[in-house]
Design a protein around this ligand. Structure first.
Ligand code: 0TT
Ligand code: SF4
Length: 340
């Protein structure tokens, strides 16, 4: 699953930062095609004649850039603010919520001005003092695939390790966690894994590790003293869903054993889609079996102006009932942070 880009673009300004310069030397040395981006935030040279081709080519394209806006978006329900370290990821999940926000070419983008980004976080923390401020590192990406190049996640974890009033959290489906195990986190980063039933993973989560590998990585993370969490998402309703989600939870308990009985959190996110994402998904995966029938959903207005189709209230209640019961039974010391 190791992410190796097929091509890399550098924004000119990125080369002024040590990380940008290091990456330039590294990719050139590895013989990966490297070029300068024509202008900031406009990458026009990614091949692909069809939307499907453009999508897959973008997912193997890395852009090394500078984060311009240091005003952070809010991030309900998982945190107070989004912490932007990178955008997109090498996974190709059919249902990915980035279809709504990232357009036709969801290339990976990493930011080399990590110091400036963390300094901005510091300002937010100070503003909220003496309250604790929580930042989400996976609001617009899965931050693990690019970590082997940037090391930004580790730096961020250690930044928050040294902050009394700052907390960090991120979520991943990926398993390359080894470089993060010895980070000086001081319990200030919640390390979460996104999990789902075998059926959902097999059908929809292309380019991501299977459940057994994810749980193996989670066990290592727990053993390194990180507060551990699981996002069960997207929860989908299909024939047999209740049995399969129950099996997922009992399997999780078996695999983690005593290692994760305390201070473990769960976040439950029901499947949703926007009209914009549906259009895009149908172009990239024309024979998708994702449940995207508007007639079976309820329309909900969204924070960023994108209305979304969610399951009706009765279905959400069934989910609530099932997960409350099974999580209480199997993980009595755990906390469900939200079901949305
Ligand atoms: O379809 C995915 C849904 O999951 C989105 O509504 C956000 C939500 N989500 C994602 C969540 O509830 N908890 C998480 O931890 C996330 C992984 C992170 C997150 C992202 C969040 O908590 N709150 C957000 O506002 N986002 C943003 O939502 C990022 C992106 O811009 C937007 C996509 O709807
Ligand atoms: Fe999208 Fe997450 Fe899948 Fe990456 S791993 S494609 S960010 S849903």
């Amino acid at each position: 699953m190791t992410f190796v880009p097929g091509r890399v673009f550098f924004e000119r300004d990125a080369l002024k930062y040590p990380l940008g310069e290091k990456l330039y030397r590294q990719f050139t040395g590895e013989g990966i095609p490297v070029s300068l981006a024509a202008s900031h935030n406009r990458i026009t040279e990614i091949p692909g004649k069809t939307p499907r081709e453009a999508y897959f080519e973008s997912k193997r394209t890395l852009v090394v850039g500078v984060r311009r806006t240091l005003k952070f978006e809010t991030c309900k329900p998982s945190a107070h603010y989004q912490l932007p370290l990178c955008t997109s990821c090498s996974g190709k999940c059919e249902y990915c919520y980035l279809h709504t926000t990232l357009g036709n070419r969801p290339y990976l983008r990493v930011y080399v001005n990590v110091d400036e980004i963390l300094a901005a976080a510091e300002t937010y923390i100070k503003e909220q003092a003496p309250e604790i401020t929580v930042f989400e590192g996976a609001a617009t990406s899965d931050p693990i695939p690019a970590e082997r190049y940037t090391g930004s996640l580790k730096r961020t974890i250690e930044f928050f390790g040294a902050r009394e009033l700052g907390r960090f959290r991120f979520v991943t489906k990926h398993t390359e966690v080894d470089s993060l195990l010895d980070a000086d986190h001081r319990g200030h980063t919640r390390f979460r894994f996104s999990i789902n039933t075998q059926r959902v993973i097999k059908k929809y989560e292309h380019g991501t590790p299977g459940i057994d590998e994810r749980l193996e990585a989670a066990a290592k993370v727990a053993a390194s003293g990180y507060p551990l969490g699981f996002i069960i998402a997207p929860i989908m309703v299909y024939p047999g869903w209740e049995d399969q989600y129950r099996d997922l939870i009992t399997g999780l308990k078996k695999r983690l054993g005593a290692a994760a009985e305390n201070n473990i959190t769960f976040e439950l996110i029901s499947h949703r889609f926007t009209s914009r994402a549906k259009k895009r998904i149908l172009k990239i995966f024309p024979s998708t079996t994702l449940p995207m029938d508007e007639g079976e959903r309820k329309y909900k207005y969204g924070q960023f102006g994108y209305g979304k189709y969610v399951y009706p209230k009765e279905t959400l209640q069934e989910m609530d009932f099932l997960f409350s019961r099974e999580l209480e039974r199997n993980f009595p010391g755990s906390r469900v942070e939200y079901l949305v």
